[in-house]
Design a protein around this ligand. Structure first.
Ligand code: DPP
Ligand code: ZN
Length: 858
């Protein structure tokens, strides 16, 4: 398959101002009649033909202006029509089999209902159309089908008419807002709604519905409340008001992504809709609020202003992720949310940026766009915009976004349009900053602090590692929030923002008779990795008293990471290891005993760096060694701090269930205590976890206990896993947790458990949530996945080969775990490559998997 280049962009030769579609719906056969009004685009080079994209489509018929359409031919999957003159009406008939659509792109059947997913290129699986985001049309859609089977018929926009005849009914929907085809959506099925309303700032009363299957209604309250909060927040924070009288959300259980922002008809993975305390964890509640916000915010950043082409994906995704992050920060604990977001960035995006799939947030080429819905486009994209906000300040940044929304409303825009708006609106010069859009790789910032006389000198230098296709990088502006602490008083002289925009720079701070303690990259103001020689004393100091909660967290992480890297590489001898562990225990003790801390934040400070993050600090990694050292540190801390951990557990144990921060914090530290105990005193931990499991009245405590038990070799493990399964049989989302807990467990036989679960009657390759619950969890479980004999790699390769023909998009998502081979010790690296080569050698691969495998071997 060819590579598509960003530089090749040309506007489409035709405009399609209106489109009318008629769907005659059936699970096995749906007939689609599409009428396109096409006219020449005065802003594009004229073309004698119009290319209508198709994918696995059967053309039933085509007419032009009501008559024969002599000049049409198939070119691969596309339909190319020769057209003379200025404007025409094309009518195209296609026939689909939604129940046979296991790719879950286009129109497909899920649990007896029909639904669609069109982003990025699914519309071409419904009808022939210029399926690109810069062709904007107003849609009128008539849908009809058996009323008993599909009592509810939904589409974008407003319902304008409906009727019934015999057992068949129909509805007509009109969306007044021109949109690209990827935002088209349709749903038909037996659904019930939670209904509510929201009145916008200017007085528009909007009907809100969350549609689910009968029986799930009592798990939709949190989703609805999150939606109303999102609508209000976007008015207050970004001045964005909703623009239709109706907003529908539909939950479906078979879905490739988290959710989709189709205009007026968001379609969601059930995972991001359904919640009650008995079945959803605190993390699930937060995830729902964040994703509901995300999709809602797309109504402006994505739908009203969309992307000119898919290279601009971060225009809508980076900005919308930032918007949902800020929303969640405002709804809960801002520092804890920031820490969570940074953890995702470092755990997923940093590895991507240092591996074979590294790409800039605005890529230059792709083969399959589905492969570019990445942590780089989304999360690093959000960080890049966050840096602009940090440099401008909130108020000025808002002037920039106001200008962007004003200037480009109704358009298909580019990342450059966004940056220019921020530049003009804030008055900043972002010429050099634009490099963040074109250069891949996580910058490394070397930091040295020197002290002479009464001044402290901060020396900074940056390097950006080479990435595929980009051997040499230019320096980028890196905004770093800095504070200097007086060692005695524990006070700092105020936070400052320094911007490193050269290869290196020096900043001087006067008024320090003694060398101060440096706190840098506070709130994680730049998505970089900091390299510095910092004493453990300074880290212990910052962990205990930095006034920026993120910096405290960072100091704890650095303390533990520094030790673990030293232990794994052998840079620390036995005596050095011992002192280091003592220092970590001391810092952890102050964290446990600091009564000014909220438990939610305490939990963050108590958390160990992930294995992926530790691995990122080393050039070549032995996953087995990292795992062993990390577990040993856990056991050591569990031992040394046993009485503090137990006191903490006892303090929070009796707190009644609620969703407030206090109670959430209690639940978080309880399970953390269990996991430290599991490493130091497994028998005691099993007993305590079983007790927590039995006495819990909520999923967070129950899942936390079961997570700990799943890693232990104890009779309670078998008991509680069985109990959990029986208790929740038939609840797909909870059974997903049951699979995931076992696949991600620290149990030495986890790999065998996964193999056995593959044959469980509840396992299916047809449902992406279920596939991910077993295999994504497994691929992210370092001790199991990196089994020294390569069995874990083979299991993932087998999965990819089997899943690829069924659901290519989901299959391709497993390739990056194998693509890390260059950073893994030799023995395993070869086995990982072998697994990739076996996939590459398959006779027929999807474009998705082919691209990922090729780049990973490259
Ligand atoms: N639905 C996906 C998201 O919201 C893709 N747009 O990020
Ligand atoms: Zn999005």
């Amino acid at each position: 398959p060819p590579e598509i280049q960003r530089s090749d962009y040309t506007p489409f030769a035709w405009l399609i101002p209106t489109i009318r579609m008629e769907f005659d719906l059936g699970l096995d056969k749906t007939r689609v009649v599409t009428r396109l009004d096409v006219e020449r685009n005065p802003d594009a080079d004229a073309s004698p033909t119009i290319r209508l994209n198709g994918d696995s489509l059967e053309l039933v018929s085509i007419t032009c202006d009501g008559g024969d359409c002599a000049g049409h031919m198939m070119d691969g999957d596309d339909l190319v029509v020769t057209l003379e003159g200025e404007r025409h009406t094309l009518e195209i008939v296609t026939e689909l089999d939604p129940s046979d659509n296991s790719q879950l792109m286009g129109l497909y059947a899920s649990n007896g209902m029909l639904c669609t997913q069109c982003e990025a290129e699914g519309f071409r699986r419904i009808t022939f159309f210029p399926d690109r985001p810069d062709v904007l049309s107003t849609y009128t859609v008539r849908m009809s089908g058996p009323k008993a089977q599909f009592p509810v018929l939904l589409c974008n926009g407003n319902r304008t008419d409906a009727g019934e005849e015999g057992g068949t009914h129909w509805a007509e929907w009109q969306d007044p807002w021109p949109k690209p085809s990827y935002l088209f959506a349709l749903v038909a099925g037996d659904l019930v709604a939670r209904t509510d309303s929201f009145t916008t700032a200017s007085g528009r009363k909007v009907e809100l519905n969350v549609w689910v299957r009968d029986g799930d209604l009592d798990r939709t309250e949190h989703a609805m409340e999150s939606l109303k909060r999102s609508m209000k927040w976007d008015e207050e924070t970004f001045g964005r008001e909703y623009d239709l009288d109706l907003f529908n959300i539909v939950a479906v259980s078979d879905f490739n992504m988290g959710a989709m922002e189709n205009k007026g008809l968001n379609i969601f993975n059930t995972k991001y809709v359904l919640a009650d305390p008995d079945t959803a964890t605190d993390g699930d509640y937060d995830g729902i609020e964040g994703v509901i916000g995300h999709e809602y915010f797309h109504n402006w950043s994505g739908n009203r202003i969309t992307c000119r082409d898919w290279f601009q994906l971060s225009l809508k995704e980076g900005f919308t992720v930032l918007r949902d992050q800020l929303f969640s920060q405002d709804m809960g604990s801002a520092p804890v949310k920031r820490i969570e977001d940074v953890r995702v960035l470092r755990g997923v995006q940093f590895p991507e940026d240092s591996g074979p799939l590294a790409h800039p947030i605005r890529p230059d080429s792709y083969r399959e766009i589905s492969n570019f819905y990445t942590a780089t486009i989304y999360n690093k994209g959000a960080e890049v915009i966050r840096m602009m906000r940090t440099m401008a300040g909130e108020e000025r940044f808002r002037r920039g976004t106001d200008l962007y929304f004003d200037r480009h409303d109704g358009e298909a825009a580019t990342c450059e349009d966004f940056v220019k708006s921020i530049e003009d609106g804030t008055g900043m010069d972002l010429t050099q900053f634009r490099r963040w859009y074109s250069q891949a790789g996580t910058p490394k910032v070397r930091v040295d602090l020197e002290h002479t006389g009464n001044s402290a000198t901060l020396k900074l230098s940056q390097t950006i590692p080479a990435t595929p296709g980009q051997p040499n990088k230019k320096p980028m502006p890196i905004p770093l929030k800095v504070a200097l602490f007086d060692r005695q008083s524990g006070e700092n002289t105020g936070e400052e923002l320094v911007v490193l925009d050269q290869d290196s720079a020096i900043f001087t701070f006067d008024g320090f008779l003694q060398k101060p303690v440096l706190s840098i990259n506070r709130t994680f103001s730049a998505p970089v990795s900091i390299e510095r020689d910092v004493s453990r004393d300074d880290l212990v100091f910052l962990a205990a008293q930095d006034d920026d909660p993120f910096a405290r967290y960072e100091a704890m992480q650095e303390l533990m990471t520094g030790y673990l890297v030293g232990a794994v590489t052998g840079d620390l001898d036995d005596a050095g290891c011992k002192t280091a562990r003592g220092d970590i225990a001391q810092a952890m003790k102050s964290v446990i005993e600091d009564d000014r801390l909220e438990d939610l934040m305490r939990g963050e400070l108590m958390s160990m760096p992930s294995q992926a993050y530790i691995a990122e600090q080393m050039l070549v990694v032995d996953p087995g060694r990292i795992h062993a050292e990390r577990e040993a540190l856990k056991a050591d801390l569990g031992d040394r701090l046993a009485s503090q951990f137990h006191a903490l557990y006892d303090r929070v144990e009796g707190l009644p269930f609620s969703l407030d921060a206090h109670a959430k914090g209690a639940r978080k530290v309880k399970t953390l205590v269990l996991s430290y105990a599991a490493a130091s005193d497994p028998a005691k931990a099993a007993e305590l976890a079983a007790y927590q499991y039995d006495h819990s009245d909520n999923m967070t405590d129950r899942q936390g206990a079961l997570m700990v038990l799943a890693g232990l070799d104890s009779p309670e493990r078998t008991d509680k896993l069985q109990d959990f399964y029986n208790r929740y049989a038939g609840n797909a989302l909870v059974i997903d947790k049951w699979f995931a807990l076992q696949a991600s467990s620290l149990h030495p036989d986890a790999i065998d458990h996964v193999k056995a679960l593959r044959g469980h009657p509840d396992f299916t390759l047809k449902n992406p949530n279920r596939v991910r619950s077993l295999y994504m969890a497994f691929a992210a479980n370092p001790s199991a996945f990196h089994a020294a004999d390569g069995e874990g790699y083979d299991m993932i390769a087998d999965l990819v080969l089997e899943l690829d023909p069924i659901n290519a998009q989901t299959a391709a998502r497993f390739i990056p775990s194998l693509g890390r081979w260059r950073r893994i010790e030799e023995g395993r690296a070869k086995l990982m490559r072998d697994a990739l080569e076996r996939v590459a050698a398959a006779p027929k691969l999807s474009r998705d998997t082919f691209e990922q495998v090729t780049r990973s071997l490259g």
